[in-house]
Design a protein around this ligand. Structure first.
Ligand SMILES: O=CC(=O)O
Length: 330
């Protein structure tokens, strides 16, 4: 009997790495999902999607299917052995449920680093300089009348919460501004990776930083890691930047501390319930807000797609995967 052509189901179309996609189409049947809801997809799994080998997904895939949680993974056909995610954060996917079903999950960790760090620094400088109220003032025809003073970055202490690839890239970008970076991780980094950043306890990072950058992944242990108690420990006038995942911050607590002046300003790219944004944050001028744009560039999206497509190619050819998630590394 002839070998079955592997079937890769794309939860989102490939928009940038189109040459790679064309190559993949030579060795696999590639289709973009047509189910319009989670329920419809579950029905389709016993019909037209009964022999999926690989799923390709992006962080936008939740719009059709919801999270790839245990309930979702359980419904996948037994032929499905790989999920190739084209982002760095895979909080929408349950890796343990994948393991139980013999599914290997891959992600795209390196591709996102530079673009996300660039935007984090933009948010950091913009929040420090109170640029959001200034932009509003200009558009309201008031030029800089009544615009509050900002702060210089020189000699400020930046506390990076979660010094991984992106945290380290933020540190490197902040150095020319004279910012002193400290970090907290579960464990200190090797000296070479820390590159001179001092390791401090969580409490010390909270209480001594002028600026805090959130860079931890979202999981059960980091959900609402920063809430009212942690904010109370921070310096008055602290600036918080978040380019990781919204739910690491308790948004209501952040909004309240912005209103009281405990927090001077925030620069946020991510939100607890995207695309919904806490009303009090939306109304607060001291919140510099952008709509999850960390990786939203042609070059970076192409790199992310390329990584996910390469993982899918290796999956169908039985080759070692490029970037399995840490939980699934052999
Ligand atoms: O948010 C972006 C990503 O996780 O890659």
């Amino acid at each position: 009997m002839a070998a079955r052509t592997p079937f890769i189901l794309f939860f989102n179309p490939v928009r940038h790495a189109t040459a790679r996609f064309a190559e993949l189409q030579k060795i696999a049947r590639c289709e973009v999902v047509t189910s319009k809801s989670r329920e419809e997809f579950f029905r389709d799994v016993s019909g037209k999607y009964k022999d999926i080998s690989v799923i390709y997904r992006t962080s936008a895939s939740g719009a059709v299917a919801g999270n790839f949680d245990a309930d979702f993974i359980k419904q996948l056909p037994p032929t499905c052995k790989f999920i190739c995610h084209n982002g760095a954060g895979y909080d929408q996917i349950d890796p343990d449920a994948c393991s139980e079903r013999g599914i290997t999950l891959t992600y795209a960790p390196d591709a996102v680093t530079e673009a996300t760090a660039d935007l984090a620094v933009w948010l950091l400088l913009g929040a420090l300089r109170q640029l959001n109220p200034a932009l509003n003032s200009l558009r309201a025809g008031n030029f800089k009348k009544g615009v509050d003073f900002g702060r210089d970055p020189q000699s400020k202490v930046l506390g990076v919460l979660g010094m991984g690839r992106i945290g380290r890239a933020i540190k490197a970008r902040c150095e020319p501004f004279g910012i002193v970076t400290r970090y907290h991780n579960r464990r200190p980094l090797a000296a070479e990776s820390a590159a001179g950043a001092e390791y401090v306890s969580f409490e010390k990072l909270l209480s001594e930083s002028d600026i805090i950058s959130v860079n931890v992944p979202l999981n059960a242990g980091t959900r609402h890691l920063i809430g009212p108690k942690e904010i109370a420990m921070m310096k008055d006038g602290v600036v918080i930047i978040n380019t990781a995942r919204g739910a690491v911050l308790d948004e209501a607590a952040v909004a309240e501390a912005l209103e009281s002046g405990k927090i001077a300003s925030v620069g946020l790219d991510v939100y607890e319930k995207e695309p919904i944004i806490n009303e009090r944050l939306l109304k607060n001028e001291k919140a510099l807000l952008i709509p999850h744009l960390g990786t939203h560039t042609y070059e970076t999206l192409e790199k992310m797609e390329t990584c996910a497509l390469e993982n899918a190619r290796r999956a169908v050819l039985g080759l070692p995967l490029l970037t399995p998630v840490p939980e699934h590394e052999q």
